[in-house]
Design a protein around this ligand. Structure first.
Ligand code: SAM
Length: 337
């Protein structure tokens, strides 16, 4: 996930920035749509009927696809938007961008493997909770040349969800998946894997060309439906302390989050970091650079690219990760329990 566009910019400018900064190299369709929207006053007039925070390209394009817009050339898309705007408008107002990417478990797993189990997992900003099942997916770690370094499966056997991840550096790949004895999440707007509407929304949030991610989403939803987890509705700063107190005695409580802190302002992020420092829990964060207070300053080497996330355990950076979990580069100082 790249940095989102400036919400104070004009709609035309936001769409131009989105095309250039976020969509380029990620989605040819969204890049073309966003470039064209930036120069299409009639479509901008539609989008400007929405409140400013709801004008974001990713939300509008996802809402359009959720409502049935076909992926393809801009002109037919723009015509479709004019004909169907009231439905798209309603979906934009009632929905949020909250992509849930099970693939991120592949970059969380090496850090979880350094902790003493059994583990009680709490995910803040859980969306539909697909990252709360790291023990129910299979993993294939390969080295940068493509050679398989390790395959890992749940105790019950291979999972229909196989998470592929390129591992470089001295990644502490575990021999087994962690024993998770309890799991729960927090989200401002929890999505429910048992509701088809929610699954359709999660599907629409995946960018058009990312067919592998759509396939993985549906497979992960099927896994998660076998044992849906509790996701508390609310703000992570308000709810996390109470949830930690509910974790079973004798377990290592791990509070984790991925791709969440960009939704918080600086004060909210600082408050959350202070809370985590005071709780009887390990803190695993996988976030964009500069979002977890203190982590960037502790980096001993520069990130591989500006889009890299930083994986940190208890505020100490341990790895650079690709935002959707496709790769992990372990830093020379390793995490230990
Ligand atoms: C991009 S999604 C990431 C979901 C999941 N962590 C993953 O990596 O697949 C971010 C989630 O954080 C939630 N969120 C944002 N701000 C929050 C807050 N202050 N408290 C709780 N959840 C929040 C959003 O509702 C959304 O579901």
């Amino acid at each position: 996930m790249r940095r989102s566009t400036d919400p104070k910019a004009s709609t035309s400018e936001r769409y131009r920035q989105f095309a250039e900064v976020e969509a380029t190299g990620m989605s040819a369709c969204y890049e073309a749509w966003a470039r064209a929207v930036a120069q299409d006053p009639a479509v901008i007039a539609l989008i400007d009927r929405l409140p400013a925070p709801k004008r974001q390209p990713n939300l509008v394009f996802s809402a359009a696809r959720y409502c049935g817009a076909e992926v393809g050339e801009y002109r037919p898309f723009a015509e479709w938007l004019h004909e169907n705007w009231s439905r798209v408008d309603t979906v934009c107002r009632s929905h949020a961008t909250q992509t849930n990417e099970a693939g991120r478990c592949a970059v969380l797993l090496p850090a979880l493997g350094t902790l003493t189990g059994p583990i009680a997992l709490i995910e803040v900003g859980a969306s539909a909770g697909l990252c709360l099942h790291p023990d129910r997916y299979s993993y294939r770690y390969v080295d940068p040349a493509g050679g398989v370094r390790r395959m890992l499966h749940p105790a019950t056997g291979p999972s229909p969800v196989v998470l592929d991840c390129v591992a470089s550096g001295t990644v502490p790949l575990p021999d087994d998946l962690p024993e998770v004895v309890w799991r729960a999440g927090i989200d401002l707007n929890p999505l429910d894997v048992t509701r088809q509407d929610d699954v359709d929304w999660l599907t629409a949030l995946i960018w058009p060309e990312h067919a592998d991610r759509r396939e993985r989403l549906l497979a992960a939803v099927a896994v998660a439906r076998q044992e849906p987890v509790r996701i508390v509705r609310g703000d992570l700063n308000e709810q996390v302390t109470a949830l930690v107190a509910q974790a079973p005695a004798g377990s290592t409580v791990v509070v984790f989050h991925t791709a969440v802190l960009l939704y918080l302002d600086e004060d909210e992020r600082a408050r959350f970091a202070d809370t985590m420092a005071s709780l009887p829990a390990r803190w695993l964060s996988n976030e964009g650079q500069g979002l977890v207070p203190g982590v960037l300053e502790r980096l001993a080497e520069p990130p591989r690219s500006s889009s890299d996330f930083v994986l940190a355990l208890d505020g100490v950076p341990v790895a650079f990760t690709q935002p959707h979990g496709r790769s992990i580069h372990w830093l020379t100082t390793s995490a230990e329990s």
